[in-house]
Design a protein around this ligand. Structure first.
Ligand code: ASP
Length: 250
């Protein structure tokens, strides 16, 4: 469109700047908003709510530990490989995902582990890791279910069997749609809360601990991606067993 492209480009750049400005303003008041939201909830329900947050955190972490056990069993039974080798070699990957809090940002390191330590063929991991980072969010699923039930209880919302069934599908769709970036689970939670009839401001209670829970979620999400890449590669005979069984540093 020749010379008309310039005003159009300027328009989109102006929209982008406006969006960033509005986001910056909102982000700067979030700590205060979270503080006020938690204060009002504690005044309404008592300090026990804060203690139950700790139990919530422990529940989520236990759920994610359970998920890692499930992956180990799949590696043992389906792929017939030693899961302890997987855990040992993928431990730095878990730590990286934990500290980055983003499946997308952890992708390059996970691919490196797949290639250099687990002996998975690039034919598998170059497809499965990006796919997994986008759609496979088991940690986020555990978090969404636990958080929704926890907040429903605090706000006195009764969840019936059909509610749970509807929640199952919503959690599935939300976790597939969640981007692999920090805080994505919290955004999905606010959508889920509306669906089950819990006031959306309840998500404010989760904001205070979201960065910690988000780290566990991401470690669980990326462990799933790498574990399933390993299983698929083994079933397709695309794992270099010599590399997989080699001790680190050999
Ligand atoms: N941060 C998570 C991830 O990147 C997504 C989430 O927030 O649940 O996997």
């Amino acid at each position: 469109i020749g010379e008309h492209s310039k005003p159009l480009k300027d328009f989109f750049e102006a929209c982008n700047s406006l969006f960033l400005k509005v986001t910056t303003i909102i982000v700067s008041v979030i700590p205060l908003a979270v503080f006020c939201s938690i204060c009002s909830l504690v005044m309404l329900t008592g300090t026990d709510t804060l203690l139950s947050l700790l139990y919530f955190l422990l529940t989520v972490v236990a759920g994610m530990a359970g998920m890692i056990v499930v992956y180990c069993l799949i590696i043992l039974i389906v792929a017939r490989l030693d899961p302890l080798v997987f855990l040992r070699k993928h431990a730095p990957g878990m730590l990286t995902a934990f500290s980055l809090g983003s499946s997308n940002a952890s992708m390059p390191y996970n691919m490196q582990i797949c290639r250099n330590d687990l002996g998975i063929s690039p034919k598998v991991y170059s497809f499965s890791i990006p796919l997994g980072a986008t759609v496979n969010m088991d940690g986020t699923c555990i978090y969404l279910v636990a958080a929704a039930m926890f907040l429903a209880r605090i706000y006195g919302v009764e969840l019936t069997g059909p509610d749970m069934a509807a929640m199952f599908f919503s959690v599935f769709v939300l976790s597939v749609g969640a981007p692999g970036v920090p805080g994505a689970g919290l955004v999905c939670l606010s959508v889920l809360l509306v669906q089950i009839g819990v006031p959306v401001e309840a998500a404010g209670l989760m904001m205070g601990i979201d960065s910690i829970v988000g780290m566990f979620r991401t470690a669980s999400n990326t462990t799933g991606d790498v574990a399933i890449s390993l299983v698929v590669a083994k079933l397709e005979n695309l794992v270099d067993l010599e590399v997989y069984n080699r001790k680190s540093g050999d």
